[in-house]
Design a protein around this ligand. Structure first.
Ligand code: NAD
Ligand code: DAU
Length: 342
């Protein structure tokens, strides 16, 4: 199969590109704008892979996407590209609407125009909003009630996928996953930020009382689930993906400090995130039942491996945190650079 992956230079997208090249015979085109979150280091070693091609470009550029679909004879799109960080959406909501909602609509329109066989929309559990303590997790039938601009932009994209299915008959499948962790996660997100700060003996900022709950899933389990939906899922269906692995943030932070052998005195309680969702949890019964998926990565071992990865790949996140990687992109993609436009 010829697959177009969007956002394949980000955290989950790069793990998925590696999954495809390792586990399948598919040809993979990775379309990524290389925003602050996109990093070709995440794909180091794949540059000359015979079944892989990187294209720097914007999912909102209909001309580019359309030409790419035709030229590469794309059969399926797996759509990860997004502005993904809730805190940034509080400062710049417009960018989220533009990339996440409008960008998805552009891709859907191009998919329709080229009569693509399958479009997998990587949505999120945040579209369901906040889950009260003690209630069972979100199912695919739970009404959408997004609370942050990020979540609202993803919910709008998710509903646009539904509209393209219902109105135009496009083969769209939607996944809604819980919080991911693992290698190559940008160090603005909870787990990598806390690991990096702890390694540098910097304060670990915990929002509010630290008792907000997230359901953590290793990125490899998410990638396998997305791939199952691509190959065995049903057109028009929604699949929740989650590990049944709920933890309050403070417990995660303390656990990371214990693994790293660092003192809890590094923890700093800071003002809460505005609109902060108290709890997310997913019922993943449908994908388990219908596609035979289940998480493989044990949480304690997955977290320990993740800590080890950030310890062993210190230069990866130090470069990001120093901003040096942006200079490198300007050198490669700016005027005269190896990947300069035109
Ligand atoms: P990320 O921020 O690490 O990566 C996003 C990627 O998209 C980057 O490589 C970036 O350069 C690219 N991108 C952004 N705007 C683009 C544009 N206009 N055109 C082309 N590329 C563009 O994000 P992530 O954490 O890997 O999340 C990937 C997807 O999975 C997102 O859609 C997110 O909503 C969803 N998701 C994430 C999680 C999680 O825990 N991280 C959980 C569920 C769903
Ligand atoms: O649930 C899926 C979502 O998970 C994805 O759709 C998003 O793209 C992804 O960013 C993630 O959203 P969260 O807001 O849950 O992730 P984040 O890592 O930003 O925060 C996790 C929890 O930790 C949340 O309750 C806020 C808290 N937090 C986060 C940071 C960065 C802190 O207490 N301190 C911090 O410094």
């Amino acid at each position: 199969m010829n697959i177009l992956v969007t956002g394949g230079a980000g955290f989950i997208g790069s793990n998925y590109v590696r999954y495809l090249l390792d586990e399948t015979d598919d040809k993979v085109v990775n379309l990524d704008l290389l925003t602050y979150a996109g990093n070709l280091e995440n794909l180091a070693g794949l540059e000359d892979h015979p079944r892989y091609r990187f294209v720097k470009g914007d999912i909102r550029d209909a001309g580019l996407v359309s030409a790419l679909l035709a030229e590469t004879r794309t059969e399926a799109i797996v759509h990860f590209a997004a502005e993904s960080h809730v805190d940034r959406s509080l400062d710049a909501p417009g960018a989220f609407l533009d990339t996440n909602t409008r960008g998805t609509q552009v891709l859907l329109q191009c998919a329709l125009q080229h009569q693509l066989g399958c479009f997998v929309m990587v949505s999120t559990d945040e579209v369901y909003g906040s889950l009260p303590a003690g209630e069972p997790g979100f199912t695919e039938e739970t009404p959408l009630a997004p609370n942050s601009p990020y979540a609202a932009s993803k919910a709008a994209a998710d509903l646009m996928c539904r509209a393209y299915r219902r109105t135009f008959g496009l083969d769209v499948r939607i996944t809604r996953c819980t919080n991911n962790y693992g290698p190559y996660q940008f160090p603005e997100k909870l787990i990598p930020l806390m690991i990096a700060n702890a390694l540098e003996d910097k304060p670990l900022p915990v929002y509010g009382d630290g008792l907000h709950v997230r359901d953590w899933l290793h990125v490899s389990d998410h990638c396998r689930a997305v791939d199952l939906v691509l190959r065995q899922g049903v057109a028009g269906e929604i699949y929740n993906i989650g590990g049944g692995n709920e933890w309050p943030n403070l417990a995660i932070v303390k656990r990371l400090l214990a693994v790293l052998g660092k003192p809890e005195s590094l923890i700093r309680f800071v003002p809460d995130r505005p609109g902060h969702d108290r709890r997310y949890a997913i019922v993943a019964a449908k994908i388990r039942r219908e596609l035979g998926w289940q998480p493989r990565q044990d949480f304690a071992a997955g977290l320990a491996h993740t800590v080890q990865w950030y310890c062993e790949n210190r230069s990866w996140w130090e470069t990001i945190r120093s901003g040096a990687y942006r200079d490198e992109y300007a050198r490669l993609y700016g005027p005269g650079g190896r990947y300069a436009d035109g």
